[in-house]
Design a protein around this ligand. Structure first.
Ligand code: NA7
Length: 544
């Protein structure tokens, strides 16, 4: 890294070139890139430490389901070589240690302020600057505001009557306390069976007195197939760093998994079953990225894989009624974000574990002692809410962002987000949100990193050409947003009942929040912008 400007910017100073919000993997990288490009920069973070998702989601069992070395940073070979990930899919403690290591190695901490959630951010048209207030009572003025606030950072609690009356302990997986939660000998309820719920369940089952899982919709869970990284693999990772970067930096989904070249019914039944077995034993997301090419496009192909998975669930879970409840009926594989598990289905063979199907016995209320469903009350000492997040727009819409003429972002986005490149929205000059809605899909740090690189290059271009106001052209925004909406309907495997479309949050507009054209489209459009001299951004000079 180039030397930081001297004297170093004080994180309490009131005016900076770049204000980054969020100390997750994207915000840390944006801070590093802004400083490296010679801007003064400060990062503010609501939490008490570094990590973002990996700070808040410290529940037992929280871990990557992207391979560790593909999720971490690639900008520094030295960093890559000195950090030896212990497992192919690292657990939260190791991830948090890694991100703290990065922050210290690149001397970023002195530019960071913790316990400082943004409560308001107003664009001042006269000066062309953002005036930002944080929850610790400070205010800052910034030329550029980069909200790296993440897509899964606002926890969602279901609106169940009596939730506040529960006399025991209750936790949301996305707001997990730093002090360890003692599950030993406790009667525990876990509500929700998405990626978080299915990680926490097997991680605590050994400790609890009883575990009751409240499931509204089962998911197509498949094995994560985690393993320690052997010495030989470590050596190979180092030796093949350049090759790995090339693959990760160009792959549509940001993974290393090789693509399959066959469609489902190209293979005779016996070979197809052998391929499915191979997939079942393959790591994490390769069950999507290395699967038959038609998995998400041909409903019959998807159904054949689901049939295989249902048979697997039945073969693991001994009680046939429980097994049947764990098999999804309402959606295909890939329609929801698929969770990857270790010992999840096996946990239901433990007599301490029971599964409540909320479809049959809806949750009526939380009482002081437990949870009441249509068939009665069960008592608990601890309730774990693994009930997800306000995906995509949750954090951005809650930061009090006001653009030109005081327009509120949450009003401008009342019918769903409108963006260009998943990075900017018209009427909010100099505001960028890498890692927000509409960018791509896949291994997040890879395409979020592409966005950070693009933002940094844009700021440098503006500085080099004497501009300081960057505001996307409404037409470019309209085109990108229309492309996102059209793409949402393209794959027949994708229904609209998922957080990708906001359906988990009552009253949220049903708009697609990812980008099904993915990273290749992002690359193409970013290159077009650069080639055109940033035309889509209408660079100008502020009046002041
Ligand atoms: P998810 O994947 O959104 O899962 C949330 C779970 O909570 C899911 O099973 C929901 O059921 C359930 N839920 C939500 N609201 C309720 C109510 N009111 N009652 C009962 N159950 C409810 O969140 P996760 O934290 O597991 O994972 C989020 C991401 O983190 C994941 O994609 C990875 O990227 C890591 P539903 O399916 O809505 O019926």
């Amino acid at each position: 890294m180039a030397a930081a400007p001297d004297p170093p910017p004080d994180p309490r100073r009131s005016e900076v070139d770049v204000l980054v919000v969020g100390a997750g993997i994207t915000g840390i990288y944006q801070l590093y890139r802004a400083l490296d490009a010679g801007f003064s920069a400060v990062l503010v973070e609501a939490g008490g430490g570094v990590g973002g998702t990996w700070y808040w989601n410290r529940y037992p069992g929280a871990r990557f389901d992207s391979e560790s070395y593909t999720y971490g940073y690639l900008f520094s070979r030295e960093l890559f070589e000195e950090w030896e990930w212990q497992e192919h899919f690292a657990g939260q403690p190791e991830i948090e240690r890694y991100l703290n290591h990065v922050v210290d190695k690149f001397d970023l901490r002195r530019h960071m302020r913790f316990g400082a959630p943004v409560t308001s951010a107003r664009f001042d048209e006269a000066s062309g600057r953002w005036d930002v207030v944080t929850g610790d009572g400070r205010s800052l003025r910034a030329g550029y505001l980069v909200a790296a606030t993440g897509v899964l950072s606002v926890p969602h609690f279901p609106d169940v009557p009596g939730r506040g009356d529960f006399a025991g302990e209750q936790y949301h997986t996305g707001l997990w306390p730093s002090a360890p939660v003692d599950f030993a000998g406790k009667r525990v309820a876990v509500v929700g069976t998405g990626s978080s719920g299915v990680q926490v369940i097997p991680a605590i089952v050994g400790d609890v007195a009883s575990l009751t899982v409240y499931q509204r919709t089962p998911n197509w869970c498949t094995p994560l197939n985690n393993a320690p990284i052997t010495g030989e693999e470590q050596a190979q990772l180092r030796a093949r760093f350049d090759e790995m970067c090339e693959t990760l930096n160009t792959s549509p989904s940001g993974f290393l998994h090789p693509a399959c070249d066959r469609a489902t019914f190209d293979d005779p039944d016996e070979e197809r079953l052998a391929f499915y077995e191979h997939m079942w034993r393959s790591p994490g997301f390769s069950k999507l990225t290395s699967h038959y090419t038609d998995l998400l496009f041909d409903p019959a192909a998807n159904a054949a894989w689901c049939e295989f998975l249902a048979a697997k669930i039945r073969s693991i879970v001994r009680d046939p009624v429980t097994a049947d409840r764990l098999i999804p009926k309402s959606h295909r594989f890939g329609e929801h974000r698929p969770p990857f598990v270790t010992g999840y289905f096996e946990a239901y063979n433990d007599p301490k574990v029971s599964l409540v199907d909320l479809g049959q016995t809806p949750m009526l209320q939380v009482t002081t002692t437990g949870i009441e469903t249509a068939d009665g009350v069960r008592g608990f000492d601890i309730i774990v809410w693994a009930t997800g997040f306000d995906f995509g727009t949750g954090a951005l819409n809650r930061m009090g962002i006001r653009g030109r003429r005081g327009i509120a972002l949450e009003e401008y986005w009342a019918d769903g987000p409108r963006t260009f490149l998943g990075l900017q929205t018209a009427g909010f000059p100099n505001l960028f949100f890498p890692g927000g809605p509409h960018a791509a899909a896949g291994n997040n740090p890879r395409y979020n990193g592409d966005q950070v690189d693009f933002v940094t290059a844009t700021l440098v271009y503006a500085r080099d050409h004497g501009f300081d106001t960057i505001e996307v052209d409404p037409e470019a925004e309209e085109e990108w947003t229309a492309m996102i909406d059209r793409g949402a309907m393209r794959s027949p495997s994708f229904g609209v009942a998922s957080y990708y479309f906001g359906t988990n949050i009552p009253g949220k507009p049903r708009k697609y929040l990812l980008n099904s054209a993915g990273r290749p489209k992002l690359f193409k459009e970013m290159a077009k912008v650069v080639d055109s001299g940033y035309k889509a951004f209408g660079l100008t000079r502020s009046p002041a």
